[in-house]
Design a protein. Structure first.
Length: 385
């Protein structure tokens, strides 16, 4: 076999013969990175070949009525996944820069799919999403793409779509477990998941203190059961949901005025007004309030106003916070870290604070201690006895 087919056969032989134990750890890291690039390029070539084969009805000669069934069986994926891949490959012509990056393995086929679909819905977003895809994971691209698509809709129209799309379903699996799936509009869903995350954090911390090894998913299931039974608490600090609102919009009662739900996106101001009147676990932050960016003090603990500012996320998006370490993206179990440690004279201020997940916070503390920035103090700021 010649051409690309011959190269594929040779590559398969090399992969079968590959024995990681005969290489150093660093060499294996390089090989893993090279194979990841090749894997993305191969997926792109496979999808493009599948489009051409489907156009000539080659799948029918192989006994498949639908090309997606054939691709799913060949790739060992789901029919839905195969259908998405074929659709993405067909649309690549509308985004030449994305196509070029995909062909050389700089981005994945799934990332390309998010980019081309968003560019169709919101023209002019390709360059931004492509930059993110080259340096970020699929989750980051999906989140940014979702944000751009949502922002392109008038807030009242978006909210009507969300209300119409609410659903909930449940079923029994092969073990007799009760499983469910559904969707809630943001002003209902975000407070619930924030409360769920707060209870999950409490259970997870308790498990760590007791030396129990449990997954966060297992802790979340326990938290969900407690909340449904009316026994679970809310978030340990602050309300279950925070809205940011331009004070002028809030007072104007202008039709179509938008507020922003931290972690949930735009919502009509009228919805916020109705919710806040009935729920003490919600909070509204107005744009022309205290100038919290310049606020600082010398203590270790965060003042309430500063904590509120930090938890909003960066303006003007106010999308909440994730772990500051590039590529992490965790939104749960976050701890506020002093970039320049308090023990080294660093202030408790907006500019000197960053959110870190527990593992990355522990890692940062070890680096600070090794660099001599903690003056012999431990990770909790205590001096040795």
């Amino acid at each position: 076999m010649s051409g690309l087919g011959g190269v594929v056969v040779a590559l398969l032989k090399a992969l079968v013969a590959f024995e990681p134990d005969t290489y150093s750890g660093e060499d294996c890291a390089v090989i893993a990175e090279q194979l990841a690039v090749a894997e993305k390029a191969c997926a792109a070539a496979r999808a493009r070949a599948a489009v051409r084969a489907a156009a000539s009805y080659a799948h029918r000669r192989r006994g498949y009525v639908d090309a997606s069934d054939w691709v799913a069986a060949t790739a060992g994926s789901t029919i839905r996944h195969a259908r998405t891949e074929i659709s993405t490959a067909r649309k690549l012509g509308s985004c030449p820069a994305t196509r070029a990056a995909l062909l050389v393995g700089e981005i994945s086929l799934a990332q390309a799919g998010e980019i081309v679909q968003t560019e169709m819905d919101v023209p002019g977003t390709e360059a931004e999403l492509l930059r993110l895809a080259k340096h970020g994971n699929l989750g980051a691209v999906r989140e940014r793409a979702r944000k751009r698509r949502v922002e392109a809709l008038p807030v009242d129209e978006l909210h009507k779509h969300q209300v119409r799309s609410e659903e909930f379903g449940h079923w029994r699996d092969e073990l007799g477990m009760v499983r469910f799936a559904g969707g809630l509009r943001p002003e209902l869903g975000v407070p619930f998941v924030n409360r769920l995350d707060g209870e999950t954090d409490r259970i997870w911390r308790a498990a760590r203190r007791e030396g129990r090894e449990v997954t966060r998913a297992r802790c979340a299931a326990e938290a969900f059961a407690k909340i449904i039974a009316g026994k679970g608490g809310g978030r340990s600090r602050g309300p279950d949901a925070v809205f940011t609102v331009d004070l002028r919009e809030y007072r104007s009662r202008r039709p179509g005025a938008a507020a922003h739900l931290v972690g949930g996106g735009p919502v009509p101001v009228d919805v916020v007004r109705d919710l806040v009147a009935d729920d003490a676990f919600l909070k509204v932050v107005f744009h022309d309030g205290v100038q919290i960016h310049t606020m600082s003090h010398l203590g270790r603990n965060l003042p309430a106003v500063l904590r509120s500012a930090l938890e909003l996320g960066a303006p003007p998006d106010f999308d909440g916070v994730t772990c500051s370490v590039s590529g992490c993206g965790r939104r749960y179990g976050l701890q506020w870290d002093h970039i320049d440690p308090c023990a080294n004279g660093g202030p408790t201020s907006y500019a000197n604070s960053q959110p870190l997940c527990y593992p990355h916070h522990q890692e940062k503390t070890k680096r600070d201690r090794k660099a001599g920035l903690l003056n012999g103090r431990d990770e909790n700021g205590r001096s040795p006895p």
